[in-house]
Design a protein around this ligand. Structure first.
Ligand code: TRP
Length: 452
C-alpha cells in the first residue's frame, strides 16, 4: 500500500489537543445546550453520553486508524486499504461534501459570534433599546455585517493553516484549549453563584423522557458525532498526522472526555444563569445570542466583561474547529495532487462564497413545517443531523466488515507493542453490530419523523 508523505503532530499531547480543538467547538457551547434544553435536559444528556462513548468514540478510533494506516486524506484512504476497489471512494466523497457544507454554516455562526464579541467589547450590544431579540434578528438579517465578520474569521483560519500542521494547527490548539477550559470554568463559577442557580442544574441533569422521543434520540446521535468531529473524514485527516508511537485508543478516550467535559461545563455555565434571571431556556438557536446577552445584562455588575469572555470563548472554540474542517478539504485537494498553499486558498474562496449565500438567506425565524424551512435550515439539518450518521454508518461498516482485522490490530497495537487483548470483544460487539445497527435505526426513525 502506498503511504503518502505527511508532516504530522509532534507527540501525544499535540494529537489530543489538536483533535480536541476540532471536537470542542460551536457544537459543544452553542448547539449542545440548546438542543439539550429542547429535548428534555437530563434525558437528552443521558442518551447523548451513551452515544458519545459507545458510538462516537468507536468512530473516532476507526477514523484515526484508517488515517494513520494509509497516511492519506479520506477519498483515497479507503481504496488504499482494499488494494483498489474504487467504490469505496464514495465514503470519502460523502464526507468531503458534508465537510464542505458544514464549514459554510460553521463560518456564518462563527461570524455572528465574532460580531457579538466585538459588540461586547465596544458595549454596543447593550446600548440597543429594542431588546436582544430584535438586536439579533436585525443583525442576522443585515446583508453586510454577518458577511464581513464571517470573512474575518475565515481569514484567521486560513493563516493558521498556511503555517502548517505542526506550527499552525497543533501550536494554536495547545495554546487555546487550556485557555478555553479556564474561560468556561470562570463562567461556571459566576453562573453557579447566582441566586436560584440550582433550578438550572436541575433542568440540565433531571431527566424528562416525555420530551425526548425519536427526534430527540436522532438529535443526540447527530450531536454525538458532530461534537466529536467524526462521520466525515476530518479525523481520518488528523489520524494521518498521528505519530507512529502514539497510543490511538488512549488518545481517543482523552479526546472524548475533553469534548464531553466542555459540553457539560457549557451547560453548567448557561442554564443556572438563564433560570436565575427567570428566562426560558428553550429558545432554540437563539439561546446564546438572545437569552445570554439578557442574562449578562441582568448581572448589573461586570456585564460587558462576562459577555466578552463568553463570546471570546465561543469564537476561540469555533476557530480550531473551523480550521479542522478547512484542513480536511485542503488535505483532500493535496491528496489529489495540488500544492498546500493554493489548495488552502481555493477552499477559502469557495467556502467564503457559499457561506455568504448561507448568511444572506438566514431569517432568524424558527420553521414550523418543511415548506417554511430556508436554505439555512436545510443545510443545518443535513449537515448536523442526517449526513454525519450516513457517512459514519458507511465508515463503521467498512472498518468492521471490509478492512482486514489483522491490519486493524496491527495499527492499534502499534505493531504488537501495546497490549490490546480486550479489543477482540469490543470489535466483535460494538464495531460490527451495535454501532451500525444503532446508526441505521436512529437514522431511519429520525428521518421518518422529520419529513412529515
Ligand atoms: N466538532 C465541532 C463542534 O462540535 C464541529 C466540527 C469540526 C465537525 N470538524 C468537524 C463536525 C468535522 C463534524 C465533522 O463544533
Amino acid at each position: 500500500m502506498a503511504k503518502a508523505q505527511h508532516n504530522g503532530f509532534s507527540n501525544s499531547f499535540g494529537v489530543v489537543m489538536a483533535a480536541a480543538g476540532s471536537a470542542v467547538g460551536l457544537g459543544n457551547i452553542w448547539r449542545f445546550p440548546y438542543i439539550c434544553g429542547q429535548y428534555g435536559g437530563g434525558a437528552f444528556l443521558l442518551v447523548y453520553l451513551i452515544f458519545v462513548f459507545f458510538i462516537g468514540m468507536t468512530l473516532l478510533m476507526c477514523e484515526f486508524s484508517i488515517g494513520r494506516r494509509t497516511r492519506r486524506a479520506p477519498v483515497k484512504a479507503y481504496p488504499a486499504l482494499r488494494g483498489g476497489g474504487n467504490g469505496w471512494k464514495l465514503i470519502g466523497v460523502v464526507g468531503i461534501v458534508t465537510c464542505f457544507m458544514i464549514l459554510s454554516i460553521y463560518l456564518v455562526i462563527s461570524g455572528w459570534t465574532l460580531n457579538y464579541f466585538w459588540e461586547s467589547l465596544t458595549g454596543s450590544l447593550f446600548g440597543d433599546s429594542g431588546g436582544f431579540d430584535t438586536h439579533f434578528t436585525g443583525f442576522a438579517a443585515d446583508s453586510m455585517r454577518p458577511v464581513i465578520f464571517m470573512l474575518i474569521f475565515l481569514l484567521l483560519g486560513l493563516v493558521v493553516i498556511l503555517c502548517g500542521v505542526k506550527n499552525g494547527i497543533e501550536s494554536i490548539s495547545k495554546l487555546l484549549m487550556p485557555l478555553l477550559l479556564v474561560l468556561v470554568l470562570v463562567l461556571c463559577v459566576r453562573s453557579l453563584t447566582l441566586p436560584g442557580a440550582i433550578k438550572g442544574l436541575d433542568y440540565l441533569f433531571h431527566p424528562d423522557f416525555g420530551k425526548l422521543g425519536p427526534q430527540g434520540v436522532l438529535a443526540a446521535l447527530g450531536q454525538s458525532l458532530f461534537s466529536l468531529s467524526v462521520g466525515m473524514g476530518t479525523m481520518v485527516v488528523y489520524g494521518s498526522y498521528i505519530p507512529e508511537k502514539d497510543n490511538i485508543l488512549k488518545s481517543c478516550v482523552w479526546i472524548t472526555v475533553c469534548d464531553v467535559a466542555i459540553a457539560v461545563l457549557a451547560g453548567i455555565a448557561i442554564f443556572p444563569a438563564v433560570f436565575s434571571c427567570g428566562l426560558e431556556p428553550d429558545k432554540g438557536a437563539g439561546l446564546v445570542y438572545v437569552v445570554l446577552p439578557e442574562v449578562f445584562h441582568s448581572f448589573g455588575f461586570g456585564t460587558r466583561l462576562f459577555a466578552m469572555l463568553f463570546f471570546l470563548l465561543l469564537s476561540l472554540a469555533a476557530l480550531t474547529s473551523a480550521i479542522s474542517l478547512h484542513e480536511t478539504l485542503t488535505a483532500f485537494l493535496c491528496d489529489c495532487g495540488m500544492k498546500r498553499v493554493p489548495a488552502a486558498v481555493l477552499v477559502a474562496v469557495l467556502e467564503g462564497a457559499l457561506a455568504a449565500a448561507v448568511a444572506i438567506t438566514f431569517t432568524g425565524e424558527t420553521p414550523e413545517t418543511a415548506a417554511d424551512r430556508t436554505f439555512f435550515d436545510w443545510m443545518d439539518y443535513l449537515t448536523a443531523t442526517v449526513l454525519p450518521p450516513v457517512c459514519a454508518l458507511l465508515t463503521v461498516l467498512f472498518f468492521g466488515w471490509f478492512m482486514k482485522k489483522e491490519d486493524i490490530v496491527d495499527e492499534l497495537s502499534n505493531h504488537g507493542k501495546l497490549k490490546i487483548g480486550w479489543f477482540g470483544v469490543y470489535y466483535k460487539v460494538l464495531v460490527r453490530w451495535v454501532a451500525p445497527v444503532a446508526l441505521l435505526l436512529v437514522l431511519i426513525l429520525g428521518m421518518m419523523g422529520y419529513i412529515k
